[in-house]
Design a protein around this ligand. Structure first.
Ligand SMILES: [Zn+2]
Length: 182
């Protein structure tokens, strides 16, 4: 295979690829191998890098980079979801997500806080946070969708969803003072 045929090039390939993966600039060849973003041709099969990166094809599963999200707050990438005021943060830690989402809504949306209600304690927002894992998939318009997935799903990313708190406190929190079912 190409790896063994060109050991000199390989010496730079792996560090370059690692750096590109961190930066989110790598691309995937039709031969299914990954290449650093500054490689014009595939390291393995020498095919040219496509003008439209394979990463952008609808249905492609990917790990979001800063280019895919709307901003980073406290080092956590955040993006809105749809038009209903929902958002997603790329961390599974709710307290970290809370800070990042609060920063996003205050900075981008000009809200007094995440809840858009200065009279409410920020901790109320915990009711509207849902941590888990998601698989990010490209959509036909170049955007993406995040679908909840099991933790062990390939390329699943730890995330925290924020559901627009305009409605009532969601179940099961609304029943917290009711009879316990367990
Ligand atoms: Zn290739």
């Amino acid at each position: 295979m190409a790896l063994d045929e060109d050991p000199t090039s390989t010496a730079t390939y792996w560090p370059s690829l690692a750096a590109s993966q961190v930066a989110g600039t790598y691309w995937r060849c039709v031969c299914r191998e990954f290449n650093p973003g500054d490689y014009d041709t595939c390291h393995f099969c020498q095919r040219p890098q496509p003008d439209t990166q394979p990463m952008q094809r609808p249905g492609t599963v990917f790990t979001p980079t800063p280019d895919d999200m709307e901003g980073a707050y406290g080092g956590v990438l955040v993006a809105s979801l749809g038009d209903d005021g929902d958002a997603i943060a790329l961390t599974g830690a709710k307290h970290t997500a809370l800070e990042a989402l609060d920063g996003y809504y205050r900075t981008v949306c000009r809200q007094p806080n995440l809840l858009d209600d200065a009279t409410r304690p920020l901790t109320d927002a915990y009711y509207f946070l849902d941590s888990g894992h998601a698989v990010f998939t490209r959509t036909g318009d170049g955007g993406w969708e995040a679908v909840p997935a099991a933790e062990d799903t390939v390329e699943a990313v730890a995330v925290t969803w924020f559901r627009n708190p305009s409605g009532p406190v969601p179940e099961p929190y609304a029943r917290q003072d009711g009879p316990h079912l367990w």
